[in-house]
Design a protein around this ligand. Structure first.
Ligand code: NAP
Length: 346
């Protein structure tokens, strides 16, 4: 069911980006957005509310869009004088509160060491830890060495302290693009032992893995390790679409699916920053796929939050899809070699 066009979709003269963002932040938005609701899930989308999906065998009901961990990690907030800085705790409070108001309940914790403190402090100030599913990412190499277990325990204890929480709802083991099967990547036995112990200790509830595996690596991991994990995390956006073949397999083995990089870390938006609704449409595209449960995106400002989460109730029109596909085809992302080489075509 597709009604009138949403903000930023071509109905006569499209609004400027500034006007688009102003309207997103105003009370009037919900009404005008309502008419643009796609209702991907059988017309159940409600304006101003992010829909929920079930995260595989965890059974957790998660918002289909979540906060990315890089949101707090990189200095990407314009300072107004040509520079950039990281979001402050006050800004994190504003962004998380806006997300929570829309029903967002998933936050990724993929952050370098020192910035872990920001989202934790913000959540504490809001008193809303219980309403958020916190997914930690342990950048552990999964090399299967005995000492790796100790690295995982240390990592988790340290991050729990920084987040000021008792447990992670989910812990995802994450390798890097330099890890290969030859380097021992696929012997996850010690990591799995560590995850089990952490579960017994009540420090994590569920376990997952991602993200820089090759597509073949994911299929291998599903075959050999699906029973040991609850969730997997992989890249998916309008340009890098191999996940379309992999996500159904993940679903089949019962894994929840968390996608990352809806904009290829912003590369797909570069040069089009003034185009209203482009980021939102890229997430709407991702959400059309029923085989994923949460799409996490990096957001640095309250405007990003308002725009990106509105994808949950905004349809992708055929014209806008065509626009995205054209853009994706002619926007190489050379800074992400692993994505370009492994994940480019479906
Ligand atoms: N190793 C891992 O496990 C791993 C790896 C990658 C990502 N992840 C997770 O996945 C999440 C998402 O991936 P990602 O952060 O790499 O990439 P992404 O979400 O594809 O891109 C985020 C970037 O897009 C831009 N952006 C976001 N919303 C926008 C909007 N409304 N308008 C204009 N620009 C907008 C921002 O760029 P600027 O603000 O810079 O302009 C932001 O830095 C991460 O935050 C992290 O939690 C995990």
């Amino acid at each position: 069911m597709m009604g009138q066009r949403g903000l930023g979709q071509s109905a006569g003269v499209p609004p400027s980006r500034r006007e688009f963002l102003r309207r997103l932040g105003s009370g009037a938005v919900a009404g005008s957005m309502a008419a643009s609701v796609a209702g991907v899930a059988a017309g159940r989308a409600t304006e101003g509310r992010v829909r929920h999906r079930t995260l595989g065998k965890t059974g957790l009901e998660v918002s289909e869009i979540g906060f990315g961990g890089h949101s707090w990690a990189y200095p990407r907030v314009p300072t107004g004088n040509g520079g950039f800085r990281r979001p402050t705790v006050d800004e994190a409070v504003e962004m998380l509160a806006a997300g929570l108001d829309m029903g967002v309940n998933f936050i990724d914790a993929c952050t370098p060491h020192e910035e872990h403190i920001v989202p934790g402090q913000a959540l504490k100030r809001l008193g809303k830890r219980d309403q958020m599913i916190i997914s930690g990412r342990c950048c552990h190499k999964m090399k299967g060495r005995p000492q790796d277990k100790e690295e995982v325990y240390k990592f988790v204890d340290e991050r729990l302290r920084m987040w000021q929480i008792e447990h992670f709802d989910l812990l995802m083991l994450t390798n890097t693009e330099n890890d290969t099967p030859q380097s021992g990547l696929w012997d996850m036995s010690y990591s799995i032992e560590a995850l089990e112990k952490l579960k017994q200790q009540g420090k994590i509830r569920f376990a997952g893995f991602g993200a820089h595996f090759t597509p073949a690596g994911f299929l291998y991991a599903f075959k050999h390790y699906a029973k040991d994990f609850d969730v997997c995390s992989l890249p998916y956006n309008i340009r890098h679409r191999v996940a379309e073949q992999i996500m159904p397999v993940a679903k089949k083995v019962g894994l929840g699916v968390v996608t990352i990089k809806p904009f290829a870390r912003g590369s797909l938006l570069k040069g089009h920053e003034e185009e209203p609704g482009l980021a939102r449409d890229m997430i709407s595209f991702v959400l059309e796929n029923p085989n994923l449960d949460v799409c996490i995106c990096g957001v640095h400002t309250i405007e990003h939050v308002r725009e990106n989460f509105s994808a949950s109730w905004t349809a992708l029109t055929p014209e806008r899809r065509q626009r995205l596909e054209g853009l994706a085809a002619r926007t190489p992302c050379p800074q992400h070699r692993w994505l370009e080489e492994g994940w480019l075509h479906a």
